[in-house]
Design a protein around this ligand. Structure first.
Ligand code: GLU
Length: 317
C-alpha cells in the first residue's frame, strides 16, 4: 500500500494542492498546462503539491503510462511532496464511503442499462439526466448493477471558481442521480476523487476546465460525506484546430523532456504570465523560480478552452 503523508494533523494545512493524472496516455501540452498551474499556485503560496495517479479504470489505461508520467514530470522539474498515491490501491476507502452513503439511503442500486436510460431520459450537461427509475427500488426480477447517489431536491450548487468566476449548477435538472460504482464494478471517478481529496487533506484543486461540470457533483458528495469544502480553479483546456481537446485519441504528441524549457515557457505564457524570452536559455530551476515569483492566478484566461496552435505560434516567434 502506498501511504500518503500523514493528513491527520490537528492543524489543517494552509494550502495543499495536487495533480491527478489518469494513466490513459502520456502527458501532452494540455496536461502540462494543468500541472503547471496547479504547481505554481501551490508553490507561490508556499503550499504542498501532491501527486495522485488515477488508475481506476484498467480497460482505459496504457501499459507503462504511470512510469512515463512520473518520469516526464520529474524531467520537467516538478517536485512533489510525499509518496505518489495510486487509486488502484485505495479501493477499501471508496468501498467504505459508498457503504456509508448506502447505509444512510443517500445512494441506491440501479438495474438500468445504458439503452434503457437513453430511451427514457433527456440530455444533461454530461450525458443523459438519469430519470430516477430505480430510486425507490429495482423492479421485481431485475438486479442492481451500478450504484447511484440521490440528487433530488438538492439546492442549486454555487461556488466561486478562482479563474472561471461564479459557477452554478442544479444537479437534479442538469445531471440527475449519478453513478458512484459502475455496472462493471469499478469505482467512478466522482467518488474516488472526493474521497481522496478529503483523505489527503487537499485544500485547493487547480485542474482543466473539462472537469468544471463535475465540480458540483463533487461538492454534493463532500456535503453528503461531511468532508471539508475545497477551493477550485479551472484552467483552460487546450484544443486542436477542430476544437477537440488534446488527448491520446486526438493524437496529441507526448511531452518531450528534451524540450522541457521551451514547453514550460509556452505553458507559462498561455497561463497569462509574461516570461522574458531570455528565460528560454536558463536552467529549468531558474524558469520555475521566475514563474513561482511571478504567478498570479487572476491572469489566467477565464475561457474554458485555448487553441493549442496559439502556443506553437508563440514558441516559433
Ligand atoms: N484524473 C483526471 C484526469 O486526468 C483529473 C482529476 C482531477 O484533477 O480531479 O482528467
Amino acid at each position: 500500500m502506498v501511504i500518503s503523508k500523514d493528513t491527520s494533523s490537528i492543524i489543517p494545512p494552509r494550502y495543499r494542492g495536487r495533480f491527478a493524472p489518469s494513466p490513459t496516455g502520456l502527458l501532452h501540452a494540455g496536461s502540462l498546462l494543468a500541472a503547471t498551474a496547479s504547481y505554481l499556485d501551490a508553490r507561490a503560496q508556499s503550499g504542498e503539491w501532491l501527486l495522485r495517479i488515477e488508475d481506476l479504470d484498467p480497460p482505459r489505461e496504457m501499459p507503462g503510462a504511470t512510469d512515463g508520467i512520473l518520469r516526464t514530470l520529474a524531467a520537467f522539474g516538478f517536485e512533489w511532496d510525499g509518496e505518489v498515491v495510486l487509486q488502484s490501491r485505495r479501493h477499501a476507502l471508496y468501498a467504505a464511503a459508498l457503504a456509508d452513503l448506502q447505509a444512510r439511503h443517500l445512494a441506491y442500486g440501479c438495474a438500468c442499462t445504458r439503452k434503457e436510460i437513453a430511451d427514457t431520459s433527456r440530455p444533461g450537461v454530461d450525458g443523459p439526466v438519469y430519470p430516477g427509475t430505480c430510486r425507490d427500488g429495482v423492479a421485481v426480477g431485475r438486479i442492481a448493477r451500478a450504484i447511484r447517489v440521490r440528487v433530488e431536491g438538492v439546492e442549486t450548487i454555487q461556488y466561486l471558481d478562482a479563474i472561471q468566476g461564479m459557477q452554478s449548477q442544479n444537479l437534479a435538472d442538469q445531471v440527475g442521480d449519478f453513478v458512484l460504482r459502475r455496472a462493471d464494478g469499478f469505482y467512478a471517478y466522482q467518488l474516488a476523487v472526493v474521497v481522496d481529496d478529503a483523505e489527503q487533506g487537499i485544500t485547493h484543486v487547480v485542474r482543466g476546465a473539462d472537469l468544471i461540470d463535475s465540480t458540483p457533483r463533487q461538492i454534493h458528495l463532500q456535503r453528503c460525506l461531511s468532508y471539508p469544502s475545497l477551493q477550485y480553479a479551472h484552467v483552460p483546456v487546450l484544443v486542436n484546430a477542430n476544437g477537440e481537446k488534446l488527448s491520446k485519441q486526438t493524437l496529441a504528441p507526448a511531452l518531450d523532456p528534451a524540450d522541457a524549457g521551451r514547453q514550460l515557457w509556452a505553458a507559462m505564457q498561455a497561463l497569462g504570465l509574461s516570461p522574458p524570452p531570455a528565460l528560454l536559455n536558463e536552467k529549468l530551476a531558474d524558469i520555475w523560480q521566475w514563474a513561482i515569483q511571478n504567478w498570479q492566478i487572476d491572469r489566467v484566461p477565464s475561457s474554458r478552452v485555448l487553441r493549442a496552435e496559439q502556443l506553437d505560434h508563440r514558441l516559433s516567434h
